[in-house]
Design a protein around this ligand. Structure first.
Ligand code: ADP
Ligand code: MG
Length: 306
């Protein structure tokens, strides 16, 4: 289990993280979300022992994770960290990068593990390609595979799919998160993408104003978002009489006491997102078809359609 106790940290005078505590069980997938600059990368760095804490402790099982002041070589064998800048070895091949830290005393295992991980990150056909010729997204996938090569007990992933195009993102996510679950590897993923969370994360913590504002399952937070910040992570929403109403919970009906004027329809695939004016307030709702600008519609909140 990873245990974070009252962690406080600042790069200079102003604290980035203040009095942070949470736990992650073995094999659990925890998402760390928050706006850009909220301290997600800083937190992962601290969990890895990259910097010294101002206050608090981090433990993995019985081992206290220590910063450079107390630990000559940063990092631990049981923990791997894939940062936003992945430092690979450019002049050797993809498979050589992945196998870099695997022992040559066990060539069969090394080969097997490399083949397995090339499949997970969908780079089998690039095995013999030199890393320097790869795209950003491909490099990111090599970095992921390399981090998993030695079967760490815990991985820290910082926006792990940010460089990967939409064509491959979905299947790659499924592969990687399934692999981690299969091997019971604890995963902490910093992200601002709800697709990294829904369907994969067991819990999520939200960082805001140097603190953890919530720590719960994605399902609970989605169904009962306590703040606009949390709701906005999941999708377009409205604040109606102080209540958070997602765009898909607002329906056009034949007649109601809520009258709105359509401003614009946005094609979203299987629905249109409609922007409308309601008593000078902007509202968003989903609709099956495009609506005409300036058209009058009547709206009703249907909260059962979560
Ligand atoms: P996130 O990953 O959520 O975008 P970061 O952890 O990168 O956020 O940054 C949190 C805050 O710490 C930001 O205000 C950022 O400017 C600051 N920060 C990040 N890295 C450094 C650094 N090496 N030195 C000083 N300030 C930093
Ligand atoms: Mg970051």
């Amino acid at each position: 289990m990873l245990k974070v106790e009252n962690l406080t940290f600042s790069y200079n005078k102003t604290p980035v993280l203040k009095d942070i505590s949470f736990k992650v069980e073995q094999g659990e997938n925890l998402a760390v979300i928050g706006e850009s600059g909220s301290g997600k990368s800083t937190l992962l760095n601290l969990l890895y022992g990259e910097f010294d804490l101002n206050k608090g402790h981090v433990f993995w099982k019985e081992t206290e994770i220590l910063g450079p002041k107390y630990n000559l070589v940063v990092g631990y064998d049981f923990m791997k960290y894939v940062s936003q800048e992945f430092d690979l070895m450019p002049f050797i091949t993809v498979e050589e990068n992945i196998g870099k830290h695997l022992s040559n005393f066990f060539p069969d295992e090394k080969k097997e593990r490399t083949v397995e991980l090339l499949e997970v990150v969908e780079l089998t056909e690039f095995a013999k390609t030199k890393v320097k010729t790869l795209s950003g997204g491909q490099k990111q996938r090599v970095a992921l595979a390399r981090a998993l090569a030695k079967q760490p007990e815990i991985v820290l992933l910082d926006e792990p799919f940010s460089h990967i195009d939409n064509f491959q993102k979905q299947s790659l996510r499924r592969n990687v998160y399934r692999y981690l679950k299969d091997k019971n590897i604890t995963c902490i993923v910093a992200t601002h993408d709800k697709e990294d969370v829904l369907g994969f994360a067991d819990r999520m913590i939200v960082l805001n104003n140097n603190k953890i504002v919530v720590n719960d399952s994605p399902e609970t937070l989605y169904k009962k978002p306590k703040t606009g910040l949390i709701a906005s992570f999941f999708g377009e929403f409205n604040l109606i009489s102080g209540e958070i109403i997602y765009a898909h919970q607002l329906k056009v009906v034949e007649k109601s006491s809520v009258k709105a004027t359509v401003i614009q329809s946005y094609f979203k695939g299987h629905y249109y997102l409609i922007e409308a004016n309601l008593d000078e307030q902007k509202v968003f709702f989903e609709h099956d078809t495009q609506l005409k600008n300036y058209q009058i519609v009547y709206l009703l909140i249907k909260k059962s359609t979560l």
